[in-house]
Design a protein around this ligand. Structure first.
Ligand code: ATP
Ligand code: MG
Length: 730
């Protein structure tokens, strides 16, 4: 088997690097080397070529069958000795079936982590794998273990932060349910253990996960514990709103239930619309108690806690407020019932004020203002916008309270490790504004990923004097331009249309087609649809709802109501809205975007830029989480699903780049010490660099297989294995 590796490498050498695969079929036949063969169903099977004739080959599959396929359906397989390697760049042949097979081999043995060059790949095991906890933390800390692991990444980040004084970031990506949040928690667990273990600030920080998950996570069809951001007022069938609502309804003690006039979850429209109130194996009442404990540990003040619960109940009651149409123009009034009185009581305003704010819109007419009645749809939108605003502000506020509480009296060194757990690229049959924002964020992150991995890699070669032709990488500038460019980019055009009261989703789609057609990442589709060619694939978007979602229809009337409420947090939330735009846009039409108010898209872009700026000032470590199946079950590896994620994440690309470079690097001293045994005494008296070069010549390593840098030796993948084998034979 070792010989196979050597021969494979020699064959590659003969072709100076890249294998002209199809010219080498004869070699594979002669040496009985394994190949991958794509069958009609698209699946790859391994086998051996028996013979070829023209463009066709007869392949003996592992199951004993012989199939006839076109030679275009064949790819070289790696020798058995390379099966299940830690790092994909060690593979002599990099192709999709080899990579898929390697990861599957490891996954089936519970080795869920692998490396793709500098990137850590984590495959979700959907079961407890015994590779975490103090024993493992110590093993990674003491370098007793070095197989790929999130602990190893956290350890490197920690060492580099302490050693080089450079801020670090651990950037975790992957699609919904791939394991990002769990991975982030393991990274935090490792760092917390380094800091002190089961008490003190580290422990408190770990406890914040319970709080953030209760308020930020929800059950979706893809993940029972999905990190989400907007789903207070609308749920898809089978999905839930944020855990906290169900926890509160199920677990609140009776005095609290009484004070908030709290009913069971099923009594609230915002919760019962999806006909999914519980999650298998999850006890909401118990989780409410755990949450209370976490709030205690993180030292959230009792008053703050009470206000929080009151706001949650207010959101639920707002959802039960209903309207009745009072004229032929579909204008409405609020129905005065328990929902209005309770919501008003919790918010600290009168029922009348709340009813007026939810059903009318003040318009400035000269010196006077007149109240114009809202239509049913406008009233519903306005009620839902209020609920979303309260919940969104509450979430930000809780994070703020946690941060305040953790920082009190604590030392701050100024150095940090950021852990980013972000929503991954999404592509459904129908994609809306949410997917657009998510994919835009991923596009930016991908740019960061590219620039960093490709740039750093190449800079190291240049700095060490390696003769290196720059590899140009697939950059996604064009796609980012399409989205961000002013005045003709998707976001700008969206804002422009959002300012026209008469604009519709269709006029917006037409505008996009009219102005963006020349961008190669844009594709106009029929009617309201358009597609964007993202780095991870083409995504069809439906502009239905884009304008409304971008406008964020929280009317000034509502903000004014909030600032007059006796509830302190609501006043605070309202003041934040009023600050950036001191002049309320009283003359705006309902449905038009207040000029002073930022649109959702523009706000999102601003937040994204802030995030990227923060990341730019850190040394990144990338983790790509992979979901092996869509059933959330252990032991199932769906090749197509995995492959699609590898493609989306650009894993193959990064491995390819790493491979086209010199992935094996060794300091001259180290290399000379290890392989100098082959040389004569006299040669050994030279300096390490000269010894390195002499060893390479002695081993007949071809010049294109290595580069000699000032400090290190750079080898192409597979070379070290061959050298190591010869060393053992000596
Ligand atoms: P989303 O984008 O929806 O937030 P996510 O990528 O954050 O998804 P997680 O919530 O981290 O996904 O993982 C989904 C589920 O997969 C977890 O609830 C857990 O059951 C399981 N899981 C993920 N990683 C691991 C792991 N390392 N060990 C055991 N189980 C895991
Ligand atoms: Mg998550």
């Amino acid at each position: 088997k070792v010989n196979e590796v050597l021969e494979v490498n020699e064959m590659k050498s003969a072709k100076s690097g890249e294998v002209e695969w199809e010219d080498n079929l004869g070699y594979f036949i002669k040496k009985k080397l394994r190949v991958w063969c794509r069958l009609e169903d698209g699946k790859w099977e391994s086998g051996m070529i028996q013979s070829t004739s023209g463009d066709e080959a007869f392949v003996l599959l592992s199951n004993g069958n012989v199939v006839k396929v076109s030679t275009g359906e064949l790819l070289p397989a790696n020798p058995d000795i390379l099966e299940g390697v830690d790092d994909l760049i060690q593979l002599s042949y990099l192709n999709e079936p080899s990579v898929l097979n390697n990861i599957q081999y490891r996954y089936s043995r519970d080795m869920i982590y692998s490396k793709a060059g500098p990137v850590l790949i984590a495959v979700n095991p959907f079961k407890a794998v015994p590779i975490y906890g103090n024993k493992f933390i110590t093993a990674y800390r003491q370098k007793v273990m070095d197989s790929p692991h999130v602990y190893a990444i956290a350890d490197t980040a920690y060492n580099e932060m302490m050693g080089d004084g450079v801020n670090q970031s651990i950037i975790i990506s992957g699609e919904s349910g791939a394991g990002k949040t769990e991975t982030a928690k393991f990274a935090m667990q490792y760092l917390a253990a380094l800091g002190g273990g089961s008490e003190g600030i580290e422990y408190e920080i770990l406890q914040t996960n319970h709080i953030l998950e209760a308020f930020g996570n929800a059950k979706t069809s893809r993940n029972d514990n999905s990190s989400r951001f907007s789903r207070v007022v609308q749920l898809a069938a089978g999905e839930r709103s944020y855990h906290i609502f169900y926890q509160l309804c199920a677990g609140a003690p009776s005095f609290l239930k009484e004070r908030l006039n709290l009913k069971v979850a099923n009594d609230y429209n915002y919760l019962n619309q999806s006909e999914c109130l519980t999650i298998d194996g999850v006890d909401d009442a118990q989780n409410f108690h755990n949450l209370m404990e976490a709030l205690d540990i993180v030292l959230i003040r009792k008053e703050d806690r009470e206000q929080t619960f009151a706001m949650l109940a207010a959101v639920l009651w707002l959802g039960n407020i209903s309207f009745q149409v009072i004229d032929n123009e579909n204008h409405v009034e609020v129905i005065a019932d328990e929902a209005v009185t309770t919501a008003a009581m919790l918010m600290g305003c009168s029922s009348d004020e709340l009813m007026l704010a939810l059903s009318t819109h003040k318009i400035q007419a000269g010196k006077d203002s007149i109240a114009k009645k809202l239509t049913l749809q406008q009233a519903i939108d306005s009620r839902d916008a209020l609920a979303k605003f309260i919940y969104g502000s509450l979430f930000d506020w809780i994070v703020e309270q946690i941060n305040k509480s953790l920082e009190v009296g604590k030392q701050c060194t100024g150095r940090s490790i950021n852990i980013l757990d972000i929503y991954g690229f999404e592509s459904f049959k129908k994609n809306s504004f949410e997917q657009f924002c998510i994919n835009y964020a991923n596009e930016r992150l991908q740019q960061h990923f590219n620039r960093h991995l490709f740039k750093l890699e190449q800079e190291e070669y240049e700095l060490d004097g390696v003769d290196w032709t720059r590899v140009e990488f697939e950059d996604n500038e064009e796609c980012l331009n399409l989205i961000e460019k002013k005045p003709l980019g998707v976001l700008s055009l969206l804002d422009e249309e959002s300012n026209f009261p008469k604009a519709t989703d269709l006029t917006f789609a037409n505008k996009l087609k009219q102005h963006l057609g020349s961008n190669s990442c844009f594709k106009g589709e029929r009617g309201r649809a358009f597609s964007i060619r993202h780095y991870a694939g083409e995504v069809p978007y439906d502009t239905n709802g884009f304008l409304e979602k971008n406008r964020d229809p929280l009317q000034t009337d509502i903000i004014q109501l909030l600032s007059s409420c006796t509830c302190q947090v609501l006043q605070l939330f309202a003041s934040k809205m009023l600050k950036p735009s001191p002049k309320p846009a009283a003359s705006s039409q309902p449905g038009a975007l207040d000029t002073q108010k930022q649109s959702v898209g523009t706000k999102f872009k601003g937040q994204l830029f802030k995030l990227m700026h923060q990341l730019e000032n850190t040394r990144p470590h990338f983790i790509r989480c992979i979901k092996p199946n869509s059933k959330q079950l252990p032991g199932i590896y769906e090749e197509d699903l995995v492959l699609q994620q590898f493609r989306c994440c650009g894993v193959l690309e990064i491995v390819r780049i790493s491979r086209s470079g010199y992935p094996t690097r060794m300091r001259h001293q180290e290399f000379a010490g290890r392989y100098g045994v082959l040389l004569s005494e006299k040669q050994l008296s030279q300096d390490p660099l000269s010894i390195s070069v002499a060893v390479l010549q002695q081993f007949n390593v071809l010049p294109e297989m290595y580069q000699v840098g000032y400090t290190k030796l750079y080898l192409r993948s597979g070379q070290l294995a061959a050298l190591e084998d010869r060393r053992k034979q000596v």
